[in-house]
Design a protein. Sequence first.
Length: 279
Amino acid sequence: MSRQCQFGWPNDPISRIRLEVCIDSLESAINAIWGGAHEIEVCSSLTEGGLTPSAGLITEVIKKVNEIHNEVAEESIEHHEKSQITKINVMIRCRGGADFCYTEHEISTMLADIALFKEMPIDRFVFGALTDDKEVDVDTCLRVISAASPIPLTFHRAFDLCGNPEISIQKLVNLGFDRLLTSGQQGSAVELNAVDLIRRLHQKYSDKIEIMPGSGVNSGNVAVFVAMGCTIVHSSCKKRRSGGYVTNDLGMGSTEMFVTDENIVRDMVRSITNCKGTS
């Protein structure tokens, strides 16, 4: 093999701690897989916080996951190891905007996306909806959960806008979400107040819903979350890339883009494996 992939580690206790990498391009997906990501969250427009990806992108990501897995599996067999395929999680969010309060037309669009993506071999959906007063939108979530079943769902960082995190997480548990992505209701999950909230939520609710810290999590600070017992962390593992100089700005988007970096993913995986958690 010309590249070395870190996924497919032997079964050991640390393998319970996983890395989900969010991506919005096929290049980023390939880099995340080769870097050792256990799961990838497939989105479009990560500059908007992640929107629903195209069916074409998901199709190509699935193809690449299988190709790379098969290649690594052959080498793993030679070394008497077990290769584990990267899981594919799909964002369901039809538009940008930080309100997460959706109209009936928008809900219908997202339900149609779920129906389409359920025909593909994906592992989970990522979704969140709030009411006008920034509480969990129970009715909309129930419709999405019903449409997605039996595929599990992550409730995304819309949670970080909710007024009472403990009431909100209890609603998510009752609805049937089995994972929560949160920055601890701060701009970054590594802020002191964020770490305190994530620790409290993990201690009280981790037997009911998996708490996944995200936003600002990197190889230099991931040990904080491993030490508190988190079983999965979330990161973009990205680097900035210039799209080239534009002489005439026509308002068609930024000339800068972000791409997941294989080496950053690899560093995250290495940092996680060097940590010792409490679980």
